[in-house]
Design a protein around this ligand. Structure first.
Ligand code: FAD
Length: 411
């Protein structure tokens, strides 16, 4: 076992949350080592950005690469009913005339690579192919990590702050028994990728479509990516997808759901499948804490929310930025206690909770059209949530209005 030179901060995981935290700390002159178990580029699901990612991407200095990159521009979201009827597109620019209203659909192997390269360029010591085996604690305080590289060498790296950004397989959440499963959002997903699937033209070409299945039991995402590839996946209650049917075969499950979704059927009828079927069976959870003495959780390592409104990368970037600011201040003042490192937790969780309420509203049969017809002032509040501007209290005026705008579902 080697005892390594000591960085101030070790970040576990090089996805969007880890790359964000590490880059912003390095920008402030902090020494950061980031350990990523894979070698990039690596596959990851979760391709649709929402407008409010703009502000963190701007801080990271990565907007020029995104503007000039291969990614498909996304200007809107559109909902498709269980009968296949298209709603009016929801254009972000109608709400805000700002560059942030144009965002992107990103093949994650390329986006995550860009983010990690950007971290390196800002001075982060990025180690790919290095798995963190354990977080080292002295009493309740995290004091470093134990790593294993591809040649089988184990290292102990001491540091002042450990950031767990290891995604859904985060280390600290389970080690400290902090994971709380969402009692309502017991969903699952099956997805794949098609070449040559139908695409709109002009500024609608990159729209995310959310298409309901019969009885509103579930919905398909339809995300146009670069190279004429489209990401298509179904989300529905876990029991509906995996328990209450006579097959476990992912292709059969996917096709049975396609048959229940008039929105998706014609769009993929002539397309060629170009990737295997994949599934996510357990999701929507949250940690009971964002931080402890010497440690912080960011992105999916803190919590994961149903992908209905494509909030995952926004939450990864936002928590990464908030954590970086808290860590930087804590290192400056020599206070890396739980309260200093987690000072951003309440604001962040309140934002997450707002997004969650609108997710639950959708599954509960919320009819956006009816809500806006009955209460004109609800539209900007819903818009705030759909673009990801969720970290402000005035949105809470929406909740009393939701009950009158629900339709029955069979889910
Ligand atoms: C079905 C589905 C659809 C989704 N759709 C969307 C969408 O459209 N839009 C959206 O914004 N989000 C979406 N998401 C969510 C999004 O994928 C995640 O929220 C996002 O990837 C979180 O980023 P992260 O950096 O926290 O974690 P990750 O991106 O998972 O990165 C974690 C990294 O840590 C590494 N790692 C793990 N363990 C270790 C270890 N022990 N040592 C070292 N490294 C380690 C992993 O290799 C990985 O690279 C979706 C999720 C699912 C499940």
């Amino acid at each position: 076992m080697i005892r390594a030179a000591e960085p101030e901060v070790v970040v576990i995981g090089g996805g969007p949350a880890g790359a964000t935290t590490a880059t912003l700390l390095a920008q402030r002159g902090r020494s950061v080592r980031l350990c990523e178990r894979e070698r990039f580029p690596r596959y990851h699901v979760g391709e649709s950005l929402i407008p409010e990612t703009f502000w963190v991407l701007e801080r990271l200095g990565i907007l020029p690469q995104l503007r000039g990159g291969p990614f498909v521009e996304k200007h809107s979201v559109q909902f498709v009913s269980e009968q296949g009827r298209l709603s009016e597109p929801f254009y972000f620019a109608d709400y805000k005339q700002h560059e942030s209203s144009r965002t992107w659909q990103v093949a994650r192997q390329d986006f995550d690579q860009l983010m990690l390269d950007n971290a390196r360029q800002h001075g982060v010591d990025v180690r790919e192919g290095v798995r963190v085996l354990d977080v080292l604690f002295e009493g309740d305080r995290a004091v470093g990590v134990k790593t294993l590289d591809e040649s089988g060498v184990e290292e102990e790296v001491r540091c002042r702050v450990v950031v767990d950004a290891a995604g859904q397989s985060g280390l600290i959440l389970d080690r400290l028994g902090l994971r709380q499963w969402d009692p309502v959002l017991k969903k699952a997903a099956v997805w794949t990728y098609f070449k040559g699937a139908a695409r709109e033209s002009g500024r609608d070409a990159g729209a995310t479509l959310v298409m309901q299945t019969a009885g509103k039991v579930g919905w398909f995402w339809y995300i146009p990516l670069q190279n004429d590839v489209t990401s298509v996946g179904v989300v529905a209650p876990h029991d509906h997808l995996f328990k209450n049917r006579d097959t476990k075969d992912l292709e059969a499950i996917f096709q049975q759901e396609v048959a229940r979704c008039p929105g998706v059927q014609p769009r993929i009828a002539e397309a060629e499948r170009v990737a295997p079927y994949r599934a996510a069976k357990e999701y929507s959870y949250r940690s009971s804490k964002v931080a402890g003495d010497g440690w912080v959780l960011v992105g999916d390592a803190f919590g994961f929310l149903d992908p209905l409104y494509s909030s995952g990368i926004l939450l990864a970037l936002r928590s990464g930025a908030l954590a970086a600011d808290a860590i930087s201040a804590g290192l400056e003042s020599n206070d890396t206690s739980a309260s200093a490192l987690g000072c951003w937790g309440p604001e962040y969780v309140a934002g997450l909770e707002r997004m969650r309420k609108l997710v639950c509203g959708f599954y509960d049969g919320l009819n956006f059209g009816r809500l806006v017809r009955n209460h004109g002032h609800a539209k900007p509040l819903i818009t705030d949530i759909l673009i990801g501007d969720i970290f402000k209290g005035d949105i809470d005026a929406l909740w009393p209005l939701l009950d009158g705008a629900k339709e029955p579902t069979t889910a």
